[in-house]
Design a protein around this ligand. Structure first.
Ligand code: MG
Ligand code: ZN
Length: 163
């Protein structure tokens, strides 16, 4: 059996793109943050980079799966142009008030568990960087070390926490 890989999971809003106070609903509101060098460093340390994001706006009908896919393709492309590969995006399309409970909305660990299973990831060697307590809780529940940052705080400031 091949060795398991290690990964850094990343929350989306407030980590990869600017936190806008609520769900980023429109493509025009999507501003990519400059974390290129920091994420390249993590890549060079052997980490796969994966995104895990709550998208309850889908359940609320604020935007469609197609619009979300467009935003994620844009995010992937901008980072790619700077030498950073965001390998996959895991998102929760649910919201308790609209679609009931689910296993994937953070602080539930479902999104991380999907990534761990899909890419044969060793959670004990992996991290989750997020700007909400619920991100850290999801990480802990998945056996991944959670790192809490402020919204839009540069990832370069926490590189020392990731071996
Ligand atoms: Mg966030
Ligand atoms: Zn969900």
């Amino acid at each position: 059996m091949p060795d398991k890989i290690k990964a850094v999971f990343l929350d989306r809003d407030g980590v990869l793109n600017q936190e806008m106070g609520d769900y980023v609903r429109r493509f025009e509101d999507f501003h990519v943050l400059d974390n290129f060098d920091a994420l390249k460093t993590l890549q060079d340390r052997g980490y796969m980079l994966l995104v895990a994001t709550n998208q309850g706006g889908l359940a609320k009908g604020w935007y469609t799966e197609e619009e979300l896919a467009k935003m994620h393709a844009h995010l992937k492309q901008v980072y790619h142009e700077h030498g950073v590969e965001l390998t996959d995006f895991f998102y929760c399309p649910h919201h308790p008030n609209f679609t009931g409970d689910c296993d994937c909305r953070k602080p539930k660990p479902g999104l991380l568990l999907q990534g761990i299973a899909k890419y044969n990831i060793d959670p004990s060697k992996s991290y989750f960087i997020g700007d909400r307590e619920r991100d850290v809780e999801a990480g802990t529940a998945a056996g991944v070390k959670g790192i809490l940052i402020d919204s839009d705080q540069p990832i370069s400031t926490v590189l020392d926490l990731i071996l």
